[in-house]
Ligand binder design. Structure first.
Ligand SMILES: [Fe+2]
Ligand SMILES: [Fe+2]
Length: 232
């Protein structure tokens, strides 16, 4: 019998998939997009690190062409013109500009996001490079499918975010040219666990209702709590 090794980070992916995605409001999903924006920055940085560790790896070169300075999400109304090339985190940055939210929330997300990026930048390069395969070879696809269970994509920001998610499922899963096929030879292991744990944390920090322990979701929103703390 073939024994398939299962890593701890795969359990964290399961836990993210099992978060309370179907209990979110449209506003909560905007908060998910904010958290995802910071994730997308570290994704690009990790991919650049993988490219620098393996500069002659043709599959990683292809993957970089699919994620950076690319028009594969274009066009999208209000975000990208026909044929316009950009990094995927730039797409997400523009998505966030489509819908204004309370300034105190923006400040909160920026502070959480910068803290998260600082944490990611403190990790070793090999772990960051390996994370790319764990993201691309099914990890993000599973999470995006869970997020897409949400049913209220009813404003411009959310429509553009849904486009990002559904296109990424398509990009990742092609058996030969998909992003999974272009990266799985990196063979991730539990060195990527801290990256997945921090992804789960930033999601729950930005969107407390995702947590199974959040009860009715009627507790003080995290950004209001942070403002109250700062003022006391
Ligand atoms: Fe991407
Ligand atoms: Fe991808």
């Amino acid at each position: 019998m073939k024994v398939v090794e299962r890593f701890q980070y795969q359990k964290t992916i399961d836990e993210i998939c099992q978060l309370e995605w179907d209990s979110l409001t449209a506003h909560d999903m905007i908060c998910v997009a904010w958290a995802y924006y910071y994730f997308s920055i570290q994704f690009r940085e990790n991919l650049k690190i993988a490219r620098s560790i393996y500069p002659n790896d043709e599959k990683l070169k292809d993957l970089e062409r699919e994620e950076c300075d690319t028009d594969n999400l274009s066009p999208w109304p209000g975000v990208a013109d026909v044929g316009e090339k950009m990094n995927h985190d730039e797409y997400m940055r523009r998505v966030l500009e489509m819908h204004s939210i309370d300034l105190s929330q923006v400040r909160y997300f920026k502070s959480v996001g910068e803290g998260y990026l600082e944490e990611m930048r403190g990790l070793d390069d090999v772990s960051r490079a390996l994370s790319i395969a764990s993201y691309e070879d099914g990890g993000l696809e599973r999470i995006f499918r869970a997020i897409l269970e949400f049913r209220h994509w009813d404003n411009a920001l959310l429509g553009a975010f849904r486009h990002f998610l559904s296109e990424h499922i398509r990009f990742d899963c092609d058996p030969t040219q998909g992003h999974g096929a272009l990266s799985r030879h990196l063979r991730p292991d539990d060195r990527v666990l801290p990256l997945w744990s921090s992804f789960k944390s930033i999601l729950i920090t930005c969107v407390p209702r995702l947590s199974p322990w959040s009860g009715s979701g009627s507790e003080l929103p995290a950004w209001e709590g942070s403002i109250a703390q700062q003022e006391s």
